[in-house]
Write a protein that binds this ligand. Structure first.
Ligand code: ADP
Ligand code: MG
Length: 680
């Protein structure tokens, strides 16, 4: 028998159970060996003195009375005997297992697993774990039994037996070491065979810990190796576009901007332009906190592509954001033909836009998901940008990319990605970071108030509005409500109700607008324009304004039922203010019921640092939940955990990078990681 043989050749595995094994992803004997338990039943002997009432444990002691079986009723019986552990005498009872009497012999050591009943000083036996030769140290029977995830119709004991069979057959000897020797030595890792054995049947918890450490390292190292392989393939293999443009023209454009770029913006732009100019295929993530000014960097990169006679496209998650970018680009580049492609256009209009894109008349296009539909063809797409990339799935980004001939790719994210995820999900990309806000920004003050205090908030805003009116510095205010339709069940203040409440309250003091997802495109457009043009003082909105929206004069953000939002969403919403030089405020209105809700409100008040918030979010929600990582195609880890095993992850990454520096010496190792699929 070989490791690559199907599990169906193992004893006790019939056609029915083969199906069950397949459901668990176990096809070969090797798969079975690598199917690790998720916990262990602890059958190590314990002292009765330390057991809590009701606790399940194994106790080891010397049998002091013969087994006595008492029958009562139909087929019911109880076996009892006494054992002595140090000075304690303990009663042991088993129900309906009379045959165990054979195992109980006065004078012998016995290990019994069961439930401790403290008041009666009695162990309610579940099973006899072992009978011991009194000559041997009692602790030698200490053992941990593996517990595996199962599917319906499968039994723990069957799985354990089948795995035991594989170990008994000696097949483990054929499992080859897949980590380089020097790493095993350097990090004092268990060998692979030893680790696999100790994962299933550890001698003790210490051995299990060592095995787990090795298995986690292996998992994360192989993953990082694969990311490195992908990165190197990108760099060497498929040549990217060489975009020839005149830097001086870009410089001139920068000079025309109404502000000076921050150092971080300049650095990021340089990195992007170098990539574009080289024949290397750009695959870059531009990461920068809300309000750090990513848009202008992206716009200049698009400009460079156009200078080299390529088309550039930027895809954004919401129509409001698309319109905003469109207006920006038109203002920055009046000499270029720029199109806006969103859904709900009139047929003729859409036809014209598509024709101009296909013929190359259009230089730049801004769009929503409408960009990736069939029938949208480009003449020569040279640069593809996704803004708020985490809002798109892997496939959507891929479709856009494939509308060009291997165009340069830039992904932008306003949601900072925790270090942990940045080096995993995006380990195959180059990263530029804008870690500096434009000059003159002030910290945003964040307050958490209860619903009972809402009227005070309103009074304060009224005061701010009327004071501002006198010196013409009227602040603009967002009110965000989570839902648009009344939902009694959720008890949310909906946007419409809030709108009418505020209209009543402010009366002539304020012009108020309402924005929600169900409005028609031109209505949304009109409202946003009015707000930007300061025709409105207050904008009541659902979360459609969550990402990207940029109205620098708005300085107050009120979030209703704030505890219903996750941290990253709250951070995004807060990022709608504090975009100019004026002092800004965020008010969280919430009566959270859960501890985690309270926790989120507190964290929001304590920090404005997006990275800190993202790390907190990751801790609270787990890596699978956050930032669309599910969609990013991140593999599932069996033993490792991205949050808790960050240290191992970092080491694994460094080692993988080192391996690729000496790739010729590690050909066999590198060949183990297939790079056909990739993660994106
Ligand atoms: P984000 O990174 O969140 O997408 P934006 O690109 O929307 O941020 O920029 C936020 C605001 O800051 C915009 O109003 C933009 O015009 C302004 N801005 C960008 N860069 C600078 C700068 N270097 N100096 C001053 N203001 C800037
Ligand atoms: Mg943005």
């Amino acid at each position: 028998m070989k490791l690559t043989d199907s599990v169906q050749f193992l004893k006790g595995v019939g056609p029915k159970s083969v199906e069950n094994f397949h459901k668990l992803g176990i096809f070969t004997v090797q798969d079975l060996l690598l199917y690790f338990p998720f916990r262990y039943e602890d059958f190590a002997g314990r002292s009765v003195l330390e057991l809590l009432d009701g606790e399940k444990a194994t106790i080891i002691g010397k049998v002091v009375t013969p087994a006595n079986v008492q029958y009562y009723g139909f087929k019911r019986n109880r076996l009892s005997f006494k054992i002595k552990q140090d000075e304690a005498v303990v009663a042991v009872s088993f129900f309906n297992q009379p045959y165990l009497a054979d195992k109980v012999e006065v004078g012998q050591e016995i290990a019994v697993y069961g439930k401790w009943e403290r008041a009666k000083q009695q162990l309610l036996g579940v099973k006899v774990v072992g009978q011991l030769d009194p000559a041997v140290d009692a602790t030698s029977s200490a053992r941990l039994e593996p517990v595996y995830h199962l599917t319906a119709g499968m039994k723990q004991s069957t799985l354990v037996k089948v795995i035991q069979q594989v170990f008994d057959s000696g097949l483990l000897a054929e499992l080859s070491e897949n980590l380089p020797e020097f790493l095993l030595t350097k990090y004092r890792l268990m060998g692979r065979q030893e680790a696999v054995r100790a994962m299933h049947f550890p001698e003790d918890m210490a051995a299990h810990k060592q095995a787990l450490r090795r298995v986690k390292f292996e998992e994360l190292f192989m993953f990082q190796l694969k990311l490195q392989a992908l990165k190197h393939k990108e760099k060497s293999g498929r040549a990217g576009l060489q975009v020839e443009f005149d830097e001086r023209e870009v410089e001139d454009k920068i000079f025309e901007l109404p502000f000076e770029l921050t150092g971080a913006q300049k650095r990021a732009l340089d990195e992007i332009l170098v990539d574009m100019k080289s024949s290397y295929h750009m695959n870059r993530l531009l990461q920068g906190d809300v309000g750090s000014g990513k848009t202008v960097v992206a716009s200049l990169a698009m400009y460079a592509a156009c200078l080299a006679n390529f088309q550039a496209a930027i895809m954004v998650p919401t129509e409001i954001l698309a319109r905003q970018h469109y207006a920006n680009l038109r203002q920055l580049f009046p000499e270029l033909k720029i199109s806006l492609l969103v859904s709900g256009l009139k047929a003729a209009q859409r036809r014209d836009i598509l024709a101009d894109l296909a013929s190359g008349h259009t230089h730049m296009v801004v769009g929503t998901h409408a960009l990736i539909q069939d029938g949208v063809d480009f003449y020569n797409l040279g640069l593809v940008i996704t803004d708020e990339q985490h809002r798109f799935g892997v496939n959507q980004r891929k479709i856009l990319r494939e509308k060009g001939q291997n165009p340069d790719v830039l992904m932008m994210t306003a949601t900072p990605i925790p270090r942990t995820l940045a080096i995993t999900a995006f380990g195959d990309m180059d990263v530029s970071i804008i870690d500096e806000l434009p000059k003159g920004r002030q910290p945003i003050t964040t307050r958490w108030v209860k619903h009972e205090q809402f009227s005070e908030v309103l009074a304060w805003i009224k005061k701010e509005l009327s004071q501002g009116a006198q010196d013409d510095s009227t602040p603009q205010v967002y009110f965000v409500s989570p839902l648009i339709e009344e939902s009694e069940a959720l008890d949310l203040k909906n946007a419409e109700a809030l709108y009418s409440e505020l209209t009543d309250y402010f009366g002539l003091f304020a012009q108020i607008g309402l924005l929600h997802g169900k409005m028609k495109n031109d209505e949304k457009d009109q409202i946003m324009q009015d707000f930007k043009a300061k025709k409105l003082d207050i904008l009541v909105s659902t979360t459609v304004i969550e990402v990207g929206v940029d109205v620098p004069n708005a300085t107050i953000m009120v979030i209703m039922d704030a505890d219903r939002f996750g941290l990253s969403q709250l951070h995004q919403l807060r990022g709608r203010v504090g975009r100019g030089s004026k002092k800004s405020y965020t008010i969280l209105v919430a009566n959270p019921k859960s501890d985690s809700g309270k926790q989120r409100m507190k964290i929001m008040c304590e920090t404005q640092n997006g990275f800190v918030l993202a790390e907190e979010d990751l801790k609270m929600r787990g890596s699978g939940e956050i930032f669309g990582v599910r969609q990013s195609g991140l593999p599932e880890f069996i033993a490792a955990d991205l949050v808790n095993d960050y240290n191992i992850l970092e080491v694994a990454r460094q080692e993988a990078v080192e391996i690729f520096k000496h790739a010729d010496d590690f050909k066999a190792l590198i060949a183990q990681v297939s790079v056909d699929g990739g993660f994106d």
